[in-house]
Write a protein that binds this ligand. Sequence first.
Ligand code: SF4
Length: 87
Amino acid sequence: MTQPESEPQKSLKRVTWQYENCLACVWFFPTDPINADILERGKCLHPKLKAYNLIVSGRDWCNLYAEIKQKQIDNRQEKAMKAEGSK
Ligand code: SF4
């Protein structure tokens, strides 16, 4: 018989599940790139999935995941801030 899992073990599983999610994927374009978190929704623009016009949340994921670089995040946030400033 298996032992029931302790709370820390359950939490670790949740953390693992959240690893490699859309929020950290280079193909995820959140509606609000400045404040995006795992609940943020956005478009998936992966070349193979783009045609489906998918709206995913930061906590979704798929096997086409590719980690975004910090520099790319900075560029997208700067662009969004400039766009905010020009309104
Ligand atoms: S659905 Fe897949 S490819 Fe698209 S943003 Fe999420 S992990 Fe990336």
